[in-house]
Structures are given as C-alpha cells and as structure tokens.
Ligand binder design. Structure first.
Ligand code: 2BA
Length: 105
C-alpha cells in the first residue's frame, strides 16, 4: 500500500476530488496553507494499492493547472527586494510514501 500526499490549488480541488471518486479512489481533503505564499491550498491523502498509484497521479495531473500569480512585494518569506512580481504555482505537488499497515476498524 502507498499513501499519496497531493497538494492542489483550491481552484482545482473540486474537479480532482470528483475525478478520483469516480475512479473508485478514497481520498481525504485537508485545508492547508502554502508556507511561502501563505495562501490556502488543499492537501489530498489517498491510500491505495501500489499498482493504482500511477492511475491516481495521472488523474491528479490531468486536473491540476499550472498558474502564474502576481505577488505583491513583501509577500512570501524572502527578501522583498529580490522577490519576483510573478510566480508559477502548481499543477500539483505530490509525495508518495510506503504504508506499513492499513486497517479500517
Ligand atoms: P507555497 O509554499 O505557498 O509556494 C507557492 C509557490 O511559490 C511554489 O509553487 C513555488 O513556485 C514558489 N516557492 C515556494 N517556495 C519558494 C522559495 N523558497 N523560493 C522561491 N519560490 C518559492 P509550487 O512549487 O507549485 O508549490 C505549491 C505548494 O505546494 C506550496 O505553496 C506548498 O504548499 C506545497 N509544496 C511545494 N513544494 C513543497 C515541498 N517540497 N514540501 C512541502 N510542500 C511543498
């Protein structure tokens, strides 16, 4: 079993969620905040069989758009003078980890 963490733009979250559910995946959505921009995003937790990981990631990839955001000077934790006025965010940021034990009690 694997656990997929997928950090998704809030604007894509509903579509990702619907597509995963339609394909039979169980997912938990957590409200999260990016450490750099301090803007809201959605973190999906998806526990699934090893053989299904690529299918889940393909669903996420196809529903997560890359966006260019204008960022006001001073936003984000860097030197404001070095901060770009535009920044590319997403599609999704995905981590996959092993699950030692999975039970529903
Ligand atoms: P944020 O941390 O708010 O980052 C938003 C975007 O700002 C990032 O987009 C990236 O383009 C830029 N960025 C982040 N940290 C930066 C830095 N130290 N210097 C310059 N630019 C920086 P994405 O890479 O697409 O990330 C979108 C969101 O995914 C992040 O929101 C964060 O919530 C999560 N994320 C990305 N990489 C991560 C990682 N290695 N570990 C944990 N969460 C991560």
């Amino acid at each position: 079993m694997k656990l997929i963490f997928a950090i998704i733009n809030n604007d894509d979250s509903h579509e990702v969620s619907t597509a995963l559910t339609k394909s039979g995946f169980s997912a938990t959505k957590l409200a999260s905040t990016g450490g750099f921009l301090m803007a809201g995003n959605t973190t999906f937790l998806i526990c699934t069989e090893d053989k299904c990981v690529d299918e889940a990631i393909n669903i996420i990839r196809s529903r997560s758009r890359r966006r260019t955001l204008s960022v006001p000077a001073g936003q984000g934790r860097t030197d404001p003078s070095a901060f770009p006025s535009e920044i590319a965010v997403g599609g999704a940021t995905v981590f996959v980890t092993d699950v030692e034990r999975f039970e529903k009690l």
